[in-house]
Every structure is written in structure tokens, then in C-alpha cells.
Design a protein around this ligand. Structure first.
Ligand SMILES: [Zn+2]
Length: 350
């Protein structure tokens, strides 16, 4: 596509091409369990050892006066709603503050409570019914592709963060960080991030000379990978240290690869509808529109191909689309790929 040969809508950051946006992103529901316990049906422990029916996350009150969170001072005088809101804000901030190319943000959103439908996953937060030592448990990669459909794919056992860490939760932020670090970490497993090995682990292919993350701590670091107990109280982040994830990339790189980016200021909106995407953009008389697309962001939208989902023949490519007359064009396109980016170019009507 040669956007430069087309009339351009002034004032848009990308100049040559009119509008662009990524695929519809993913929404993560942070579900603090209340009432009936939630099933962890993604738990892979063989049934004979622990009946599957017992893999439950039960309600657990973070502000109960008997908790270390409260006794140490952090949650003294706080309501459950205060704490939940602070955890969600902290998790969201870690994802949305990663370094991204100018004008882009990670294409992920968070919501309090359960979410359902395509492009959604849930993290169930409370108390694990059975004994165990993990703070969180996730179906690795469970937020990718067709599996992102509103299922519970990740769990956090907050009671253990409270009782098993040998630290004092003095300030509000200490306890919020400890909980939000775990939630952030488990959500990242959904998008294929692995543990950052801060200590050399030759058995995993790590050598002492390899880059390691010490401070600020990467949110994918764990106790067994060298995160000190006090490190749980700090705001751990996704770091840009190359080589901490497979393939030589950083945690930030892997997150961008698997979650994707969206443009922050695009007039093109995209909503997922099953296997299709519903696109809308402003249109005007005397112009026609080309839909271009790519499965990655390594090339600029001005070089992307006209989108032709079924290839040559069949349904014609999405080119020279006339304005609807209402000021808004709507288009439903099929897109079998788990990740696809779109842009719309405007040109004078031939
Ligand atoms: Zn983990």
C-alpha cells in the first residue's frame, strides 16, 4: 500500500496512513471470590491425589483483624473495597507503564469482577482450600488465542502471602505491593512469560555470566530465583534486561509480543466478535478507504498489504471502500489469527 499517494487527513500522528489500531485486546477480570468458592478447573494435579472438586478458591477477607496485613499496620482501618481498588490499580499500572513505542500502549485492560466472552480471562483471588505453598497458580499461556474466553485460568491464594512471608507489612503500600506483585506475575504467565532466574541455574541453561535482574526486581522473579523476602514488599516491574526470557528477549519484549500494542490516539475502533473483528472509523464524502493489515508491528502501516482474508479470488480484498454517508463506516472482517493489526487509509475517490 502506498499511503503517500493518497489524500491525507491532517493532524494525525502517523501522517501517511489515516488511522490504525491493533486487534481487539484482552480484558483480564480480577475476581475477588465472594459467596460460593470458584473451581480451579485448570489445575493439572492428578485426580487420585487431590480430587479435582477440591481445587477451590474460597472467599478470604484481606482486612480481617486477625491477619498480619492488619496486625502489622498496613491494612488497619482499611475497608475491603479500599484494598481491592488499590490492588487492581497497582496491577494495571505495572502493565500500562512498560516502555512502548511512542503512541502505543499495551493492549490489555483490567476489570474488577468476572469477565466473560472472547478475549477475556479471569484471575480468581482468595484462599486455596487445600494445603500447599504456592501464592499463585496459572495455566501457562492460558490467556493466548482461542483459550482466552472468560474461563478461570489463574488463581491467587492471598492468605498465604499474609501468613507465609517472613516480613512486616507496616505501610499500606507494602501489603498492596506483595499482593499486586503476585497478581501481576500470574497474569503474565497467562501471556507466556516465564520466571526470571536471578540466580544462576545451569540446569535451566543459565550461566553466571548471563544477565540477571537484581534491582529493581523483575515481577517474574521468585524466591527460588533469588528474590529476597523484602523484595515482595517493593513494587516489582517488568524489566527490559535482554535475555531474561527465552529467545534472548526481555520481560517487556515478551509481553509486547504476546499481548500486543494498541495505538492510544486512533479514531479506528476494533471490537472482537467471535472469530470476526468489528471495525468503525470516521468517513466523509469524496473519499474511499483501504483496510491494510499485518500480524506484527515490525513494519510501518504504510507498508502493510490490503487485507484479503481469503486470499486471491472469493471475497474481494477490502479496498476502495466508499463512505457510508452517515459519517461512520463499519466493517466486519474475519481474522483467524490470534493477533492481527489493522490500519485504514483514506484516498480521493477515483
Ligand atoms: Zn510463577
Amino acid at each position: 500500500m502506498q499511503c503517500q499517494s493518497r489524500s491525507l487527513l491532517a493532524g494525525l500522528a502517523l501522517g501517511a496512513c489515516l488511522t490504525a489500531a491493533s486487534r481487539a485486546g484482552v480484558t483480564v477480570g480480577l475476581h475477588f471470590v465472594e459467596g460460593a468458592a470458584e473451581r480451579m478447573d485448570f489445575m493439572p494435579i492428578p485426580v487420585p491425589y487431590f480430587p479435582e472438586v477440591d481445587h477451590l478458591i474460597e472467599p478470604w477477607q484481606m482486612t480481617n483483624p486477625a491477619n498480619q496485613f492488619v496486625l502489622d499496620g498496613a491494612f488497619a482501618g482499611k475497608t475491603e473495597a479500599d484494598v481491592r481498588a488499590a490492588v487492581v490499580a497497582s496491577v494495571k499500572e505495572r502493565y500500562h507503564s512498560i516502555p512502548t513505542p511512542q503512541g502505543y500502549v499495551l493492549d490489555i485492560d483490567f476489570q474488577v469482577g468476572e469477565v466473560s466472552g472472547p478475549g477475556t480471562v479471569n484471575v480468581i483471588i482468595g484462599k486455596y482450600k487445600l494445603s500447599g505453598t504456592w501464592f499463585g497458580f496459572t495455566k501457562d499461556g492460558g490467556g493466548l488465542g482461542a483459550e482466552a474466553n472468560g474461563e478461570n485460568n489463574s488463581a491467587v491464594s492471598v492468605d498465604r502471602i499474609d501468613s507465609q512471608l517472613q516480613v512486616d507489612f507496616i505501610h499500606f503500600e507494602d501489603a498492596i505491593n506483595a499482593i499486586a506483585n503476585v497478581v501481576t506475575h500470574e497474569v503474565a504467565h497467562l501471556f507466556d512469560l516465564k520466571h526470571v532466574w536471578a540466580a544462576a541455574r545451569a540446569d535451566l541453561g543459565w550461566q553466571p555470566s548471563d544477565p540477571v535482574v537484581t534491582h529493581p526486581f523483575d515481577v517474574m522473579a521468585t524466591a527460588s530465583s533469588g528474590l529476597p523476602e523484602e523484595g515482595w514488599l517493593e513494587k516489582n516491574i517488568f524489566t527490559s534486561v535482554p535475555g531474561t526470557q527465552a529467545g534472548g528477549v526481555s520481560s517487556v519484549d515478551r509481553l509486547i509480543q504476546t499481548v500486543g500494542l494498541k495505538w492510544t490516539d486512533s479514531p479506528l475502533t476494533i471490537a472482537r466478535n467471535g472469530a470476526a473483528f468489528e471495525l468503525r472509523w470516521p468517513s466523509r464524502p469524496g473519499k474511499v478507504y483501504d483496510l491494510v493489515s499485518s500480524t506484527d508491528l515490525s513494519t510501518p502501516p504504510s507498508s502493510w498489504e490490503i487485507y484479503d482474508p481469503d486470499g486471491p479470488g472469493g471475497v474481494p480484498p477490502h479496498a476502495n471502500l466508499p463512505p457510508s454517508g452517515t459519517g461512520i463506516n463499519a466493517l466486519s472482517v474475519s481474522a483467524p489469527d490470534s493477533r492481527r493489526f489493522f490500519a485504514v487509509g483514506e484516498k480521493a475517490s477515483p
